[in-house]
Design a protein around this ligand. Structure first.
Ligand code: F6P
Length: 320
C-alpha cells in the first residue's frame, strides 16, 4: 500500500485531532502518503482532498474538534453518493481509508466496503461511548470531565439557593455520559435510557433527602431518558421545590482533550495504520481492559454496547 486517506465523520469529539496526528505521522514513518479528506463523507463525495505532511498535524494534539472538519452527509446514505465517493478514492489512488467516527459512520464505511470493495479501518470517536467492542471511544472522557466541571459549578449555586437542579447531558440513546458524570459529580439521581425509573421514585428520594435536612439536589438526565424540561416541571409540581433546569448542550463536546483521550486516540490511530499495512480491512479498533484489539466490522456492529449496571447501583447507594 502506498497511499491512505483519513477522515472524521459525525459529531466531533475531543481527541480526534490526536488520532489524525497519529495516523498521519505513523503513515509517514512507514513511508506512506496520506491524504486528509475534509468534512467527512460530504468531502469525500465533493472531492475535498488535501495532502498531509508532518507539519499539517503539528500543534493539534491539544485541540478539541477536528482539523479535518466533520459533517453528517445525507448524500452518502444513497448508493449513488457512495459510488461517487468510491470513484473519487480510486481517482486519488487511495488504497485504504481510516474513518474516525461513531457507529453511523462505521455503517457508512461498511456499505462502501461491501458495495465497492473500499478498504477501511474504523477508529471509534464519539463522546457518546456507545460503540460496541471498545471500552472507550475518543472524546468520552473529555465530555465526562466537562460535565463534572459543570456539575461542580451548578452545585455551588444549588447549595447557595437551596435548589434542585435537573441537568441534561448528551449521549443520544446512551446513558454512558450521565452515568459516569453523575457518579463522579455526586448527583442525587441519575436518569438514563437503559434503566427505567418512575418519577415518583425520584421525588420520594428528594423528599427523603429533604427530611434529613438536605436542601439542594442534582439530578442528571441523559438526553435519551427524557426531556429535562418536562422532568424538571414534574418534579417542581410534585414537590414544590425550587427547581431549575440546565441543558449543557454542545459545551460538552468542546475543549482541550484529556490526556486519556489523547492517549487512546494516538494508540488506536496508529494501530489503524498498522492494520491497513498488514493487509487487513473492514475492521474497527477498540481498547479493552487497556489493550488494543481489532474486530471485524460486521461482527462489531451486530453487538450491543451495554452500560455497567453495577455502576448505576453504586451511584444510587452513594447518593443516599
Ligand atoms: O453523537 C454525539 C452527539 O453529541 C450526541 O450526544 C448528540 O445527541 C448529538 O451528537 C448532537 O448532534 P448535533 O451536533 O448534530 O446537534
Amino acid at each position: 500500500m502506498k497511499k491512505l486517506g483519513v477522515l472524521t465523520s459525525g459529531g466531533d469529539a475531543p481527541g480526534m485531532n490526536a488520532a489524525i496526528r497519529a495516523i498521519v505521522r505513523k503513515s509517514i514513518f512507514h513511508g506512506l502518503e496520506v491524504v486528509g479528506i475534509e468534512r467527512g463523507y460530504s468531502g469525500l463525495i465533493a472531492g475535498e482532498f488535501r495532502e498531509m505532511n508532518l507539519s499539517s498535524v503539528a500543534d493539534i494534539i491539544h485541540r478539541g474538534g477536528t482539523v479535518l472538519r466533520t459533517a453528517r452527509s445525507e448524500t452518502f446514505r444513497t448508493p449513488e453518493g457512495r459510488g461517487k465517493a468510491a470513484q473519487n478514492l480510486r481517482a486519488q489512488g487511495i488504497e485504504g481509508l481510516v474513518i474516525i467516527g461513531g457507529d453511523g459512520s462505521f455503517r457508512g464505511a461498511q456499505a462502501l466496503s461491501h458495495e465497492f470493495g473500499v478498504r477501511f479501518i474504523g477508529v471509534p470517536g464519539t463522546i457518546d461511548n456507545d460503540i460496541p467492542c471498545t471500552d472507550y471511544s475518543i472524546g468520552f472522557d473529555t465530555a465526562v470531565n466537562n460535565v463534572v466541571d459543570a456539575i461542580n459549578k451548578i452545585r455551588d449555586t444549588a447549595t447557595s439557593h437551596e435548589r434542585t437542579y435537573v441537568v441534561e447531558v448528551m449521549g443520544r440513546n446512551s446513558g454512558a455520559i450521565a452515568l459516569d458524570a453523575g457518579l463522579a459529580g455526586g448527583a442525587e439521581t441519575i436518569l438514563i435510557p437503559e434503566i427505567k425509573v418512575n418519577l415518583d421514585e425520584v421525588t420520594e428520594k428528594l423528599w427523603r433527602g429533604y427530611q434529613r435536612g438536605k436542601l439542594h439536589s442534582i439530578i442528571v438526565v441523559a438526553e435519551g431518558a427524557g426531556s429535562a424540561m418536562e422532568i424538571g416541571k414534574a418534579i417542581k409540581d410534585k414537590t414544590g421545590f425550587d427547581t431549575k433546569i440546565t441543558i449543557l448542550g454542545h459545551i460538552q463536546r468542546g475543549g482541550t482533550p484529556t490526556a486519556f483521550d489523547r492517549t487512546i486516540a494516538s494508540r488506536m490511530g496508529a494501530m489503524a495504520v498498522d492494520l491497513l499495512m498488514d493487509g487487513q480491512d473492514n475492521k474497527m479498533v477498540g481498547i479493552i481492559s487497556g489493550q488494543l484489539k481489532d474486530f471485524d466490522i460486521d461482527y462489531a456492529l451486530s453487538q450491543e454496547k451495554n452500560i455497567d449496571k453495577s455502576v448505576y447501583e453504586l451511584a444510587s447507594i452513594l447518593a443516599i
